[in-house]
Design a protein around this ligand. Structure first.
Ligand code: ZN
Length: 138
């Protein structure tokens, strides 16, 4: 069995963002030389997510509106966590959207459905944060 590890770094210009990282994950698979196996992609921060969904701007808007309804960013004072920080909503949004995805690799490629794309979900951005890509297989 072979293994491969790489970190992808992000620094968004906005507090919240969805970034399609499918191509970057595919590049990691290519670099690893692994043809059959699994790829784990996880956010290494507790205010960011990795998830799979459609790359469609209307849907991304819907996610933003839905998450803001569930856990609005403001007023900051509504959350106990916001003593020294203002990112309680980001912790909660991350929990809803998930920490990681695991995807099969078949014949050297991501084995996903036709509309499945991998996203980095940022909920407390404007600083450097990273995603782990770990690949195992042969
Ligand atoms: Zn916090």
């Amino acid at each position: 069995m072979q293994s491969f590890r790489k970190e992808l770094w992000f620094n968004t210009l906005t507090r919240r963002a969805f970034i399609n990282i499918t191509q970057q994950v595919e590049s990691c698979i290519h670099e690893s030389g692994i043809r059959e196996g699994l790829v784990l992609v996880n956010a290494m921060h507790i205010t960011a997510s990795v998830f799979i969904n459609d790359d469609e701007s209307g849907l991304h808007h819907d996610f933003e509106v839905w998450l803001e309804k569930l856990v609005p960013e403001k007023p900051y004072s509504q959350y106990k966590h916001n003593g020294f920080e203002d990112n309680a909503d980001a912790h909660l949004k991350r929990t809803i959207m998930g920490r990681e995805v695991v995807v099969a690799i078949s014949e050297g490629k991501l084995d996903v459905g036709p509309w499945e794309q991998i996203f980095y979900g940022e909920f407390d951005g404007m600083r450097k944060k990273r995603v782990l890509v770990k690949i195992i297989g042969q």
